[in-house]
Design a protein around this ligand. Structure first.
Ligand code: ADE
Length: 240
């Protein structure tokens, strides 16, 4: 997986992705990160990349020329003959979820475009963007952190990024339910004991308890997901 991220603040992206599990994957070259600074493609001597919006209004709009030149430069770096998808991070996009992460993880190259200020000139977006993606119904100062979230979720699905002990497919959302609670030593903490069943060594009972906990937690925290799950598995509906 090769990520090419076009933004005005590459340091936000590099600092985040070069740490922890994604950092290890970059070191091992399982994933690559190329950040492209849109400011390097400014066409004026003050390195300005934005300008006043036509029609008036608050804020500044990123010029189409710098973004397009940054895009053409990025395309020239990519060896693959297939044109890569271009993901624009914006609260106007469709909301990112695990299904989209799985879909993006199938790509070899992904170009991610991050806006700032009041957005990017619509004409360049119409020309290059294939996917408009939001990470949720709230507005960030820019798309950089949103892009890191997308790349993090996608990267852990790329084979080899997670170690053997970390499975990408046994956790939350892989089966439409939230995860069960986890415990480790000590056996007693602030007067609270680890549930008896987990200490019993009875594998079947542990599995049964964990599945029930998933249902209980999903019904409590995400009734929308619980309803969906029960539609598909009516026999598993919780009694109380
Ligand atoms: N840029 C600003 N807010 C955003 C959001 N919620 N999702 C994606 N990109 C954004």
């Amino acid at each position: 997986m090769n990520y090419y991220v076009l933004s005005l603040f590459p340091e936000i992206i590099e600092n985040s992705l070069n740490a922890s599990i994604t950092g290890r994957a970059i070191e091992k070259e399982i994933i690559t990160l190329t950040s492209v600074d849109i400011r390097d493609f400014s066409d004026n001597k003050h390195m300005k990349v934005d300008d006043y919006p036509y029609g008036g209004g608050a804020g500044l709009v990123i010029k189409p020329t710098c973004v397009y030149d940054a895009y053409l430069h990025t395309i020239s770096l990519i060896k693959n003959k297939k044109k890569p998808r271009v993901v624009y991070m914006t609260p106007q996009g469709s909301v990112f979820n695990q299904k989209k992460a799985v879909d993006f993880a199938k790509e070899e190259d992904l170009i991610i475009l991050c806006g700032h200020y009041e957005g990017i000139d619509e004409r360049v977006l119409e020309t290059i963007v294939t996917d408009y993606v939001s990470i949720g119904d709230y507005v960030l100062t820019g798309g950089e952190i949103a892009s890191v979230i997308v790349m993090d979720a996608v990267s852990r699905l790329v084979p080899g990024v997670l170690g053997n002990s970390e499975s990408a497919f046994t956790d939350t959302f892989s089966d439409g339910l939230l995860e069960y609670p986890q415990y480790t030593r000590p056996e007693e903490f602030l007067g609270m004991k680890v549930p008896e069943v987990l200490r019993s060594g009875h594998h079947g009972n542990v599995e049964k308890w964990r599945h029930e906990q998933k249902l209980i937690r999903t019904r409590k925290n995400r009734p929308d997901l619980y309803e969906k799950y029960i539609m598909l598995h009516p026999e598993e509906e919780l009694k109380d």
